[in-house]
Design a protein around this ligand. Structure first.
Ligand SMILES: [Zn+2]
Length: 224
């Protein structure tokens, strides 16, 4: 994640301009408050809560919908990133989809990503497996995208802080043909936060404490 470790080039000119303005204003007003408006956003992340509306995603045996879990987790990740000074853009802010068809919904997400100027895109999902024993957090990236290094770093953080604690199983970040991870040149990853088909993972996925653990891992990684 070379791009998010430094101030993006696009911010450098506005940053210098803002700094000059800040110094002039400070000299004129003679007050430190003039610097307050010269805050420079260094990192922007798009958070994409998967599914929504007509598309509930995977569903648990008790009827819990992935779309609802994705949105709840995304809101906690947003909170944590913003507390850490990261600028966050959401694709889906509410329960509804971004279009009336899956194609339209995905296209709308791609448009938001394309116009975001973000340093990274993180799509939040929940996994399902035919057998209930499987659990843990796994990261995916596009087979032709730029998300590989970020996905691998993120997976190692999840392995250390979450998978070692709950499932005892390490995963490797995997590449695949994922539209959301390939629709832009921005490093993009899909985080499958756990398995809706595993009773213990499902309980975790529905808890704010676990969403905050996911958020902390993402924040650690975005910082790096
Ligand atoms: Zn999903």
């Amino acid at each position: 994640m070379r791009k998010i470790c430094v101030i993006s080039a696009k911010w450098i000119k506005p940053a210098v301009f803002a700094l000059v303005l800040g110094v002039i204003a400070l000299a004129a007003a003679g007050g430190a408050a003039a610097y307050a408006s010269a805050t420079i956003p260094e990192v922007t992340v798009v958070l994409d809560a998967g599914h929504g509306g007509f598309d509930g995603g995977v569903v648990s045996s008790q009827g819990d919908k992935e779309a609802d879990i994705n949105l709840a987790v995304t809101r906690r990740v947003k909170k944590r990133l913003e507390e850490g000074g990261v600028r966050v853009i959401l694709t889906r802010e509410g329960e509804g989809a971004l279009g009336v068809t899956k194609k339209e919904d995905m296209q709308k997400r791609a448009e938001i990503i394309a116009s975001s100027g973000a340093d990274a895109v993180i799509s939040i999902h929940v996994n399902k497996y035919s057998q209930s024993y499987r659990r843990g957090v796994q990261v995916f990236y596009g087979d032709t995208g730029t998300g590989g290094p970020f996905a691998k770093k993120l997976q190692s953080v999840f392995n250390t802080y979450i998978n070692a604690k709950y499932s005892g199983r390490d995963y490797s970040a995997l590449a695949g043909d994922y539209f959301i991870a390939k629709c832009s040149a921005i490093p993009s990853v899909i985080v499958e936060c756990g398995f809706i088909s595993n009773p213990q993972d499902l309980e975790l996925l529905k808890s704010q404490a676990y969403a905050d653990e996911i958020a902390e891992c993402i924040f650690k990684c975005v910082l790096r």
